[in-house]
Ligand binder design. Sequence first.
Ligand code: FAD
Length: 468
Amino acid sequence: PTAILWFRNDLRLDDNPALQAALRAGLTPVPVYIHAPGEEGDWAPGAASDAWRQRSLRALDADLRGRGSRLRLFTGTSSEVLHELVAATGAEAVFWNRRYEPAVEERDTRIKRALRTLGVRAESFNGSLLFEPWQLETKTGDPYRVFTPFWRTALKQWRLQATAPAPEALPSCDAAPAGVALEALGLAPRPDWDTGFWMQWTPGEAGAHAALQQFTQRALRDYGSARDRPDMQGTSRMSPHLHFGEIPPWRIVHALDDAAGPGDDRDAFVRELGWREFAHHVLHHFPHTPERNFNPRFDDFKWRDLSADALHAWQRGRTGVPIVDAGLRELWSTGWMHNRVRMVVASFLTKHLRAHWSHGARWFWDTLVDADLANNTLGWQWVAGTGVDAAPYFRVFNPVLQAQRFDPEGRYIARWVPELAALPASLRHAPWQDPDASRRAAKDYPSRPMVDLAAGRAAAIEAYAGVK
Ligand code: FAD
């Protein structure tokens, strides 16, 4: 007897609850992946995500083959493909690990119901969160809208899932249709603009564990102080691995506990995982937030219509504000941006330029390898001040002060904006203050920011005060 094992954003064999369920039930798992981007509503995966997924699927297939099984790939409508597979293999069950994007949740519920009507055992599992999004609630039974009390409750109810190692061998199932080749999914970038990515990243389960090991050995000890420094390797860079489910968060926490034991840096890191949990909680309870303001008072806010040129200057790191440009160029070249800089570039777009946050959210969606509907929506609405636990309206990041504080020698700026590397460190944060006029003119870099920083800040505060 067989079970269809439907892989989605859980591209791993270690600690995989759906796989464990099949094995526990004594069923031969038939691992499948269905490429159906049209089923994700307005949020079909972006180009950087596709590039990652292609490699992660290849790694998963290799891991399965090493154990005697293989991954079967399909395109088309998920429900139809699953029904055909059940018919072809006589599968008793279809197992998968849950996803929480609104369109995907809806689709999965429909599929589960239809399979059960046919007498197939359809079951989903939690493969990616410490807490299910509906598990924690306020005393009055409402969802949380503020992180701190959410996390306090989470810590009170803390019960870490046990780990379940990958099986050493898996039975194969010859009855299942072969599926299509990986190339047929069309995930690989054309032309191959992504070559720079893979110097930094190794998609797949082994890459996730290697990144975790590197973090626990090198950076965890100073995480609390270094996590805000884009000029250092102070964070884990686990975000794409977490998004694609190449490792679950509880496995990360177990590793931290083994490596470090209790301590401030461990707690600071787990708290960031808590933001990920909170983002999924918010997306589940407020499924309209990827498209609309969480706070309806912003629905009439006068965002400015940015010209295509201005938006392009922001996207490609030509705003004339060095820390902003460095971040956007890091994103373009590597598919990732440091969290502190994500906040700075988002604040610049939504406050100094007063463009609607959705312009930024869409750009991140297409370019981030860790693009995640829950985390991205929360991040953008938080910075824009329209979301849950929003930054106060008068909080406008000053990009020069942020750069001076978190990239004090301008090393991060020099790396991503090489036009400024020859300047003394003190001028890299604000090159328009260079007293040497000929040096200012000689650089292939905007001679001043695309918006006057003080005037942009004042105009933003005035506009935001109107919705207070
Ligand atoms: P670490 O500091 O090592 O943190 C560990 C893990 O905790 C991360 O991998 C991530 O899963 C989680 N985490 C950390 N910070 C946050 C946070 N603020 N919100 C939610 N989860 C968090 N993160 C994404 O994974 N996908 C996104 O699409 C995304 N978009 C963002 C957009 C904006 C405007 C902002 C301000 C933040 C966004 N973030 C997003 C959150 C955060 O910037 C990244 O998770 C983090 O930079 C990833 O790097 P890391 O793995 O080294 O983080």
